[in-house]
Design a protein around this ligand. Structure first.
Ligand code: OGA
Ligand code: MN
Length: 271
């Protein structure tokens, strides 16, 4: 089998000719390069076991156990991303980047489809390299050197712990990152602010921070930078948090959707 990388015109690349139960060192290098250039790796027709989900994740770094998500009983490294028929809300409905509230944000997550609704439940991704590249030269120089504060308090803090989230009392820490980062795998520039967890651009007035974030967010949400990933049985998506935003559509009322997620640890980010 030989691995083939097919980049989309917007966000991510489809990777074929690979069995995720049995990856080689060369496959891992190619997937890292795809993440560093396109932001997400999409796979079809996989039959990855939970053991091999863990083994695959370990090829990219140590596993980061999310403190807010409920793990599987048998595999504490695997978080359940679950919506039951009786749930109204889902996980990840607003545009976001996972873990930007951590001082060392996670590299990314490997999400495996386990039970899908008959239709609906797609995930949207936006390419933060493409969004950065399309900024005007004036905007690029305005953003250079700026940092922003990220927090999980307003999202996970104070939530009832009986549901799909746990440890809401741990939603206490904030983190500061550059507004434009250089991707650890490719050194490419990417925008690193997101509507869910970024609370403020530092060292500017609150009104200016709001205006700046709103204008960046409007620019980012252009269809040209966006990919809509349809989940099929056997689909796997591996997104890089340093290069993408994502959003889980909540358009399958009364149906169950179960995904298994492993998050891989990242590194400190630099501008
Ligand atoms: C996540 C998430 C998207 C989805 O697991 O972080 O946002 O489509 N999930 O379930
Ligand atoms: Mn998410």
């Amino acid at each position: 089998m030989s691995i083939t990388i097919n980049p989309t015109s917007n966000a991510g690349a489809y990777i074929s000719g690979i069995d995720l139960n049995d990856v080689t060192v060369d496959d891992v290098e190619k997937i890292k390069a795809a993440l560093g250039n396109y932001g997400v790796a999409f796979f079809r027709d996989q039959s990855i076991t939970s053991e091999n989900h863990i083994a695959f994740a370990n090829c990219f770094g140590a596993i980061d156990i999310n403190r807010f998500f409920t793990p599987l009983d048998d595999y504490p490294q695997i978080a359940q991303v679950l919506k039951e028929p009786e749930h109204d809300s889902n996980i990840g409905e607003n545009w976001h980047t996972d873990h930007s509230y951590d001082q060392i944000p996670a590299l990314g997550s490997i999400l495996v489809a386990r039970e899908l609704p008959v239709s609906g439940g797609d995930t949207l991704f936006i390419n933060m390299f493409a969004a950065y590249d399309a900024l005007s030269p004036e905007m690029k120089s305005k953003l250079e050197g700026l940092t922003a504060t990220h927090s999980s308090r307003h999202v996970f803090g104070g939530k009832d712990n009986t549901g799909r989230l746990k440890n809401s009392e741990n939603a206490t820490q904030d983190a500061i990152h550059p507004v434009v980062i250089r991707h650890p795998f490719s050194d490419k520039c990417a925008l690193y602010v997101n509507p869910e967890f970024t609370v403020k651009v530092n060292d500017v007035a609150q009104t200016e921070s709001e205006a700046l974030l709103n204008s960046i967010y409007a620019h980012i949400q252009q269809p040209e930078f966006m990919h809509r990933f349809e989940w099929l049985d056997g689909s796997v998506a591996f997104w890089d948090n340093r290069a993408t935003w994502h959003k889980a559509l909540n358009d399958y009322p009364g149906q169950r959707r179960l995904m298994h997620r492993i998050t891989v640890q990242g590194v400190a980010l630099h501008g």
